[in-house]
Design a protein around this ligand. Structure first.
Ligand code: FES
Length: 90
């Protein structure tokens, strides 16, 4: 199993629609961050489907190391810009 790629060292601000299902990219390889585009194939990492609980903005994790997926929990602060695009520490 591969480690997630740090897609960015900051979250993505997105607008979610209450009751709508989204599929969060957990592998960091999607070109459609922060959402899944199927790029996890072969990594052993599976995307995380979730349903928005309310209308409005949310900050979704792009470092892929949050402890509260799909939401940013501040963990990205440990990653430098030069780690973006690389596999994290695991
Ligand atoms: S972007 Fe991953 S914890 Fe903030």
């Amino acid at each position: 199993m591969s480690n997630p790629v740090i897609a960015d060292n900051k979250p993505a601000k997105v607008t979610l629609e209450k009751g709508k299902k989204y599929v969060f990219c957990a592998c960091g390889r999607s070109a459609n961050q922060p959402f899944c585009d199927g790029s996890h194939s072969g990594t052993g990492i599976t995307p995380k489907p979730f349903v928005a609980e309310e209308d409005g903005h949310a900050f979704l994790c792009q470092c892929k190391h949050t402890g509260d997926a799909p939401y940013c929990d501040g963990t990205h602060a440990q990653f430098d810009k030069d780690q973006v695009g690389t596999e994290g520490p695991g």
